[in-house]
Write a protein that binds this ligand. Sequence first.
Ligand code: GDP
Ligand code: MG
Length: 253
Amino acid sequence: MKTCIVLPTFNEAQNLAALLQQLLALSVSDLNILIVDDNSRDGTGAIADQLCAQFPERVSVLHRAGKLGLGTAYVTGFRWALDRGAELVIQMDADFSHSPNYLPSFIAQMNEYDVVVGSRYVPGGKLDPRWSGWRYLLSKWANSVWVRMILKTQTRDATAGFKCWSRRALEKIQFENVFSNGYIFQVEMAYLSELMGLRILEYPIYFEDRRVGKSKMTVPVKLEAAWRVFEIRLHYGALIKNLARVEWLHEPA
Ligand SMILES: Nc1nc2c(ncn2[C@@H]2O[C@H](COP(=O)(O)OP(=O)(O)O)[C@@H](O)[C@H]2O)c(=O)[nH]1
Ligand SMILES: [Mg+2]
């Protein structure tokens, strides 16, 4: 396999099959999909098994015992993909917030960059108009002010969960040492990408609200994430940051 999409799922029964259909129809060569399901209560795991049986060459699933968190789901999935020879590893939500249609454009940028970030907060990036003003302001503030102020990063969308990594980038970051679980995992990975001097492209995307199902990002989870940014700062405080090289793509190809 050359490219592997890692899809963490928790209660995505209504999205998974339709999403897989779109992903499998992409004109990307040698593309495999790994679902990492945390024993969803809504039958997502069984749907994943059906998809594996239907497309044994291209779809795989890892079943974990319970809701062990987004961070460890990604770490486990990334390791699985690299062990099977993937040169590019993609991470995305299994809820249609991250449109599969961007993937060929992300992949096309990977000759020049180590990581492409699907970004809501660079020029050309857009949020679903169904997001309330407050939700938008909070997210924009968290990403473009809070994280950047505490970690001194350049990335505009630090909590983005839609990314394409090169094998080299993941190895350089030593992603298995990432200690953040949950949503803050994205922030630690963004921070490490800059710390390690990776070539980063923030690619503007239209971020649609999830089609069906519920977000697991509740208010207490958001508050905890805000504090956890300090934890990252303390953990890596002694390290000297490389000059970040984050670029934006102004005109989506
Ligand atoms: N395996 C696994 N997947 C998770 C977990 N928490 C969330 N997810 C999945 O991770 C993705 C992002 O979560 P989501 O609820 O969409 O967060 P939001 O996009 O910030 O609202 C979705 O595909 C979820 O199903 C977890 O603990 N384990
Ligand atoms: Mg989502």
